[in-house]
Design a protein around this ligand. Structure first.
Ligand SMILES: [Zn+2]
Length: 313
């Protein structure tokens, strides 16, 4: 018992709830910013990537608009366009039965997790860092980093994965690969519902299962999750002694305490670290970081592509 307790890493030590007080939009031309970001990456010994929802949206996995209406027309018709506005809102719909719940989530997982290949933004990002010592911290649950070639041992996906399910009450610390189940459900779905015999039940308590996504206190942090948390912790220690870059992608202010604020804290407290922040609308950086920070707004797919191009020269 002692052994398993010892292995667990305290998640709270990674978090920070304190935002910078001196945010600015840098008044520097794009070309100059790219030059600066590229130089920081080239000169670094170690890179920590932090990726939020904005990264996958920029890569093409948008949750609204045509991608939603064309793939989920049946669901919009059945449950109403007032509730079914996009894939994010749809996930919170109070589905009346388990057959309806899995009817939706099997579709959502197919569209966002199993059908898309490794997208160019992620593949180019991998090209940029693959020769470096790197680690990925992400709140995304779409498996894009793994698909693009990033090593599983160097990824900490804190919020789960669309490919896995768990006991709804988290009665035991285990998650289950649901790829085969979701593919079967996708074939069998009728009128947005899956057949009752396909509805998964918890093998321990017999209760309902749910997606392995952090949305309440029952989220399961299994052995692999703790392993990744531990490796992230080790990486942070290693980074303290090296010249490092924190490359933050598409992290807004919805859950800033996991990536955005901790990254700022690390750069504030260690002069060997620099921050490259890519964010569509919120590429503000602390003014006090001076030339140790680059905040680049706009289309991240273009920024990554340009960075990769410069990296290859
Ligand atoms: Zn259970």
């Amino acid at each position: 018992m002692k052994q398993s307790q010892k292995k667990k890493t305290d998640w709270s030590q990674f978090l920070s709830g304190v935002p910078a007080r001196d945010y600015i939009f840098q008044d520097i031309p794009y070309e100059k910013q790219m030059e600066q970001a590229s130089a920081l990456i080239k000169e670094s010994d170690i890179i920590l990537i932090g990726a939020g929802a904005g990264a996958s949206a920029a890569a093409g996995l948008t949750y609204s608009g045509e991608r939603f209406t064309s793939n989920f027309s049946e669901f919009i018709e059945k449950y109403g366009s007032v509730y079914m506005t996009d894939m994010y809102a749809a996930g919170f719909y109070p589905f009346p039965t388990q057959e309806a719940k899995w009817g939706y989530w099997s579709k959502h997982s197919m569209i966002n997790r199993f059908l898309p290949p490794a997208l160019p933004l992620y593949r180019q990002l991998y090209e940029i860092v693959k020769e470096k010592e790197y680690f990925v911290l992400t709140t995304n649950v779409d498996h894009q980093f793994q698909k693009a070639g990033f090593q599983t041992e160097r990824i900490f996906a804190t919020q789960g994965d669309y490919g896995n399910i768990q006991c709804e009450k988290g009665c035991h610390p285990k998650i289950y690969d649901a790829e085969d189940l979701f593919r079967q459900m996708d074939q069998a779905r009728h009128d947005c519902l899956v057949p009752s015999e396909m509805v998964p039940k918890c093998p321990v308590c017999g209760g309902n299962m749910t997606m392995h996504l952090r949305c309440d206190q029952y989220f399961v942090e299994d052995e692999n999750w703790h392993g990744a948390a531990g490796r992230y912790c080790d990486f942070l220690k290693k980074m303290e002694q090296k010249k490092g870059v924190l490359l933050e992608l598409g992290v807004g202010f919805n859950t800033p305490t996991i990536i955005r604020f901790p990254f700022e804290k690390m750069v504030r407290e260690n002069r060997n670290l620099s921050l490259i922040r890519l964010n569509m609308d919120e590429a503000v950086v602390p003014e006090s970081f001076g030339n140790r920070a680059v905040g680049i707004g706009g289309d991240m797919a273009k920024v990554i592509s340009d960075l990769n191009h410069r990296n290859c020269i």
